[in-house]
Design a binder for this molecule. Sequence first.
Ligand code: FAD
Ligand code: SF4
Length: 328
Amino acid sequence: MNPVTYLRAGSFQDAAGLASGDAAARLLGGGTNLIDLMRKGIEQPTRLVDVSMVSTIIEPSAAGGLMIGASARNSAVAAHPIVRERYPMLARAVLAGASAQIRNMATVGGNLMQRTRCLYFQDAAGSRCNKRVPGSGCDAIGGFNRYHAVLGASPDCIATHPSDMCVALVALDAVVHVAGQGGARVIPLVDFHRLPGDRPDQETMLSPGEVIVAVELPAPTLARSSYRKVRDRASYAFALVSVAAGLTMQDGRIDDVRIAFGGIGTKPWRALRAEAFLRGNPATPDAFAAAAAAELAEATPLPGNAFKIELAARTLAAVLGQLAGDDR
Ligand SMILES: Cc1cc2nc3c(=O)[nH]c(=O)nc-3n(C[C@H](O)[C@H](O)[C@H](O)COP(=O)(O)OP(=O)(O)OC[C@H]3O[C@@H](n4cnc5c(N)ncnc54)[C@H](O)[C@@H]3O)c2cc1C
Ligand code: SF4
C-alpha cells in the first residue's frame, strides 16, 4: 500500500472539508470494503478521513420516521427495536448480509457506497473493466457472468450493486441526507445510484467532496414486510436474487405494495411496474407472476445469468404469497 495520511473527522461538515479538493481522498467508515480494495491496489488513497464515529444515531425523525446516522453500524441498525418492530424488512435485509463480525464494523454510509463484487473489477492485475479503468473494456460480457445484472445493464457494464441493506431501503422510500462545501441536500435513495450507461465508473449522485450524513426512513405504511435472499451458500455470500417486499391488504385485494430486487440490477432495483400491476388486484399466484413479468420484460439476460429471470419471479411470488397469508 502507498503511504496514507489518516485524519479523524469531528463532524460530516468537517469530513467534507477534509476530503474536498483532493481527488485521492477517501472517507473511511468501517473499512470492510475500502481496506480490501486498497490491499488489491484498486483504491489508492493518499488521505483517509475517518467518519466511523461521527454520527451513530438511530432515532425517530421529526416526520414520524427514523433517522439513521451514516456512521451507525449495520449490526446496530438490525438490532434496533424501532427497526425490528416497524421496518422488519430492513432488519432482515441487514442480517442477510456478510457475517456478524463484518456487520459490527460496517457502517450505513459505507454500505451505500460499497463497490461491486464483479470478479473482473476485483482483478486489477489481469482483467479489463470499464468501472475500474474507464474505456478499457468489460471482461464480464462474454465471460463468467453468473452473478451479473439482467436489469439496468449497458454495453459497458453489467455489474450488480451488492448491497442487501439498500434493497430494503429503496423499497421503504428512504432518502439520503448529504453535505458538502456547497451545503446540504436530500436525494431519494431510488435516484442515488446511477445506471452504468457509458460511464460505469460514476456510480452515485454524490458530487466531488460530498459525504453521506444520514439515511431517513418515512413513517412506515405497510402492514407486513419481509426480505428474502437466494444465494449459492446458506450464509456469507452475495445475492443471486433478493426481494424486499411489503404489502397491505384490504377486503382480499392488495391496497398498497412496495417491491425491490437485489442481485439482478445494476443498482438496488425498485420494481415500480410490478407494484403498479398489483395495486387493487387480488393476491394470487397468477397476479404475482404477471407482476414479475411486467418488471422483467426488459431484462437482458446473458448465457450465465438468464436463470435469474425465473428465479426472481419465483422468489417474488414466494415472498408476496407469504405476506398475503390468510388475508388472501
Ligand atoms: C466477506 C464479505 C462479505 C460481505 N457480504 C455482504 C453481503 O452479503 N451483503 C452486503 O450488503 N454486503 C456485504 N458485504 C459488504 C459490506 O456490507 C460492506 O463492505 C460494508 O457495508 C461497507 O461499509 P464500511 O463502513 O465498512 O465501508 P468502508 O469500507 O469504510 O467504505 C466503503 C466506501 O464507502 C465510502 N464511504 C464510507 N462512509 C461514507 C460516507 N459517510 N459518505 C460517503 N462515502 C462514504 C468510502 O470512502 C468507501 O468508498 C460483505 C463484505 C465482506 C468483506
Ligand atoms: S461488469 Fe462492470 S465491473 Fe464488471 S468487468 Fe464489466 S465493467 Fe467492470
